[in-house]
Design a protein around this ligand. Structure first.
Ligand code: NAP
Length: 310
């Protein structure tokens, strides 16, 4: 060890993975800081209802679950600061993080920075963002009471959020590029039974247009190549996610989409640097797996930190 770092452990990101890591780190009596660029909660916070996190037989809202994660972490004394990691690099045996506010150093870092919604890249998507185009049904769904909306995608988010939207809207066109959904079967069953959801199979969005806000979505059937204009008031895009891992300066092993590879201890290709939750290259992205990743990572970080100070 050369220079004493500011912290034993810095956790980047305050979603379920980061907050769970915080609980474990505080119980391990590590000097730990969690930094979060927005408000803690990650994508769980904007999930209307979580039904598959154990211990809540009737389900729990994403907001209430987040609140419980935060309370639990704070009970053990976790320090949470509202700042954004802009760069992370290795120097003098330390992990250095420059945030939008300062430079902080740590012996070990856990990346729990999650993901952001992927863009479709079609005409009108950017210009109508906030004027009918959205990636968050829980944030914006209420604006579309008794209106018609489109939801793009066939994963858990698209199907779950389409079902949620039917609480307010008159109709949801669920637009999926293939002839089967990838969402959990239970969500599919609910969507199929929901009279307000009409699925357009083998169909891709081509262009979003309107005057001051979204009015039309042009779609194309990939099998027939036929184009069709849907009259809509809103367009929700759930076409997958990109990892928030761009702040890593030094080379680190990532897949072609930027998700970070780890070993079974959640350690990345850089010693003492761990990655947990949705930003990790993993076969399953759920709150329960994020929490599990975090518990394992702190065990590894603890060992690394012990050796660091020797
Ligand atoms: P996802 O599982 O990656 O699904 C993205 C969907 O968008 C896919 O159906 C994909 O089609 C489609 N798509 C991708 N690019 C497209 C494009 N350019 N044009 C049209 N469609 C496009 O993403 P997600 O649903 O946001 O879920 C992300 C992760 O969070 C997943 O691991 C998911 O299981 C998890 N999650 C879980 C829950 C839950 O447990 N209830 C809720 C939300 C999210 P293809 O199917 O053809 O690839």
């Amino acid at each position: 060890m050369t220079i004493k770092p500011d912290y034993d452990l810095i956790i980047i990101g305050g979603g379920p993975a980061g907050l769970t890591a915080g609980v474990y780190a505080m119980r391990a009596r590590l000097k730990c800081l969690l930094i979060e660029k927005m408000v803690p909660g990650g994508s769980a916070l904007i999930t209307d209802w979580v039904e598959n996190y154990p211990g809540f037989p009737d389900g729990i809202s994403g907001a209430d679950l987040t609140d419980r994660f935060i309370k639990q972490a704070k009970r053990f004394g976790l320090k949470i600061e509202n700042e954004a990691a802009e760069a992370l690099w290795l120097d003098d045996g330390l992990k250095k993080i420059s945030t939008d506010q300062r430079l902080i150093t740590a012996a070990s870092v856990i990346i729990a920075s999650g993901t952001s919604p992927k863009k479709l890249g079609i005409e009108g998507e950017k210009s109508f963002y906030g004027k009918g185009v959205s990636t968050c049904a829980t944030c914006d769904g209420l604006f579309f009471r008794d209106k018609t909306v489109a939801a793009i995608g066939g994963g858990d988010s698209a199907v779950q959020e389409s079902i949620f939207l039917t609480k307010f809207v008159k109709k949801v066109w669920l637009i999926h590029r293939r002839d089967s959904l990838r969402a959990a079967k239970i969500l599919q069953e609910r969507a199929f039974k929901n009279d307000k959801i009409e699925i357009l199979w083998d169909t891709i969005p081509k262009k979003i247009s309107g005057k001051n806000s979204v009015e039309t979505l042009a779609v194309q059937n990939l099998k027939t190549e036929q184009m069709k204009d849907l009259s809509i008031d809103g367009c929700f895009i759930f076409a997958g996610t990109n990892p928030n891992t761009g702040f890593m300066v030094d080379p680190i092993k990532k897949d072609e989409n930027g998700f970070i590879y780890t070993d079974q201890n959640m350690e990345t290709s850089v010693k003492g640097l761990f990655c947990v939750g949705d930003a990790r290259q993993t076969p399953l992205r759920q709150i329960v797996t994020a929490a599990g990743d975090a518990a394992i990572a702190v065990m590894g970080a603890e060992k690394y930190i012990e050796n660091f100070y020797e």
